[in-house]
Design a protein around this ligand. Structure first.
Ligand SMILES: C[S@@+](CC[C@H](N)C(=O)[O-])C[C@H]1O[C@@H](n2cnc3c(N)ncnc32)[C@H](O)[C@@H]1O
Length: 317
C-alpha cells in the first residue's frame, strides 16, 4: 500500500536501521503520506503511533489507519511534544522512532500551501495552518531580523541584500504571493553556476523560521532519548546541513564518553549524562544513484541511526 503523492526516501535503509521486532511499538514522528508507517507495519506484527503537525494529513491518512485495523494510531501534533503525546496515549516507552524531516511532496506541490517558489500561491508556509504566516513575517519583521533569518536558516550569502529589497518593496506593495517574493529575490541574487534558483535559500529560511523546525528537531531528539526503551533505535532523515548537523552532534554527544575524568566534575554524573546512545552508522547513509534518478527529491537526504542504551548503565564496571 503506497501513496503515489510522496515517495518515501531511503525506505529500505530506514526499515533496516530500525531493527523492527514483532510485538514492538514504533513512532513515526512525521507521517506525511504514511510511507514509513506502512512499511513498518507490513514488515512486522507491530504497532505504530504516527504523528504529523499538518491537519490535512489526518484526513488523507484515514484510509491507511483503517487498513491496519487498530495497529496504527494517527495523532495530530508535533514530534517536539513526543513525551506529552505519549503520556496522553498512556505509553511509557517505545521500541523505535523515525523522523523524516521537512515537508512532503504533497505539501510542496499544493500551491495553496505557499511552500513553492515555482508555483504562485498565498505566502503561507504554515505546516499547522495556524500561527504566523510567511507573509506576516516578511511584511512585519525588521530588516535586521530578516537578514538574520535568511542568513542563518538559508545560509544565503546575500541575505542583507535580499532583506533590504524586501523592506523597500513592501512599503509600496506588501508581499502576499509566493511569486512576488520569488521574483524580488531573483532580481537581487544571480542564479548559481549549478543553476539553483536564487529563491531556494530564502524560501528554505522562511519555512524553517515559520515552523520553528530546528527547535522542533532539538526537542524531538531529547524526547526520543527519554522515551526509547533499551535497544530501541532512532532513525532520522534530514534534507539540509542545518538539520543534519543537529542530528549528528546530538548522536555524537550522546554516544561518546566525556573526555577523561575531571577534578572539577563528579565522574558518574558526567558519564550518565553523556552516554545514552550507540551510533549505528558512523557516516550518514545517502541515497543510491538509482534512487536519486527515480526520485530526484531524495538527492540531499541523509540518514543517521542510533541505538538507545540501558536507561541507567553502570559505566564504571
Ligand atoms: C518528509 S514528510 C514525511 C513523509 C513520510 N515519511 C512518508 O513516507 O510519507 C514530513 C512530514 O512531517 C511533518 N512534520 C514536519 N515537522 C513536524 C513536526 N515537528 N511534528 C510533526 N510533524 C511534522 C510534515 O507536515 C510532513 O507531513
Amino acid at each position: 500500500m503506497t501513496n503515489p503523492d510522496h515517495i518515501p526516501v531511503l525506505l529500505d535503509e530506514v526499515i533496516k536501521g530500525l531493527d523492527l521486532k514483532d510485538g514492538g511499538l514504533y513512532i513515526d514522528g512525521t507521517f506525511g503520506a504514511g510511507g514509513y508507517s506502512v512499511a513498518i507495519l507490513e514488515e512486522k506484527k507491530c504497532n505504530v503511533i504516527a504523528i504529523d503537525r499538518d491537519p490535512e494529513v489526518l484526513e488523507k491518512g484515514k484510509n491507511i489507519v483503517n487498513a491496519f485495523q487498530g495497529r496504527l494510531k494517527l495523532v495530530q501534533g508535533r514530534f517536539g511534544d513526543l513525551q506529552k503525546i505519549l503520556k496522553k496515549e498512556g505509553v511509557k516507552s517505545v521500541d523505535g522512532i523515525v523522523l523524516d524531516l521537512g515537508i512532503s511532496s504533497m505539501q510542496v506541490d499544493d500551491r495553496l500551501r505557499g511552500f513553492s517558489f515555482l508555483r504562485d500561491g498565498p505566502l503561507d508556509m504554515r505546516m499547522e495552518k495556524s500561527g504566523m504566516s510567511a507573509a506576516d513575517a516578511i511584511n512585519t519583521l525588521s530588516e535586521t531580523d530578516l537578514t538574520d533569518i535568511i542568513s542563518r536558516y538559508g545560509e544565503e550569502r546575500h541575505a542583507s541584500r535580499v532583506a533590504k529589497a524586501i523592506v523597500k518593496i513592501r512599503k509600496v506593495r506588501p508581499f502576499m504571493r509566493t511569486i512576488h517574493l520569488a521574483d524580488t529575490i531573483r532580481s537581487e541574487v544571480r542564479r548559481s553556476r549549478a543553476g539553483i534558483d536564487p529563491a531556494t535559500r530564502t524560501f528554505q529560511a522562511l519555512r524553517i523560521y515559520i515552523n520553528d523546525e530546528l527547535g522542533e528537531l532539538e526537542r524531538g531528539l531529547i524526547g526520543a532519548e527519554n522515551v526509547l526503551a533499551a535497544n530501541g533505535r532512532l532513525a532520522a532523515v534530514s534534507f539540509h546541513s542545518l538539520e543534519d548537523r543537529i542530528v549528528k552532534s546530538f548522536i555524537r554527544d550522546r554516544s561518546k564518553r566525556a573526555p577523561g575524568p575531571s577534578r572539577h566534575k563528579p565522574v558518574l554524573q558526567d558519564l550518565e549524562k553523556k552516554i545514552s546512545f550507540k551510533m549505528i552508522n558512523m557516516r550518514a547513509l545517502t541515497p543510491s544513484r538509482r534512487e536519486i534518478i527515480s526520485n530526484p527529491r531524495s538527492r540531499s537526504a541523509r540518514l543517521r541511526v542510533a541505538e538507545k542504551l540501558l536507561s541507567k548503565p553502570n559505566y564504571l564496571n
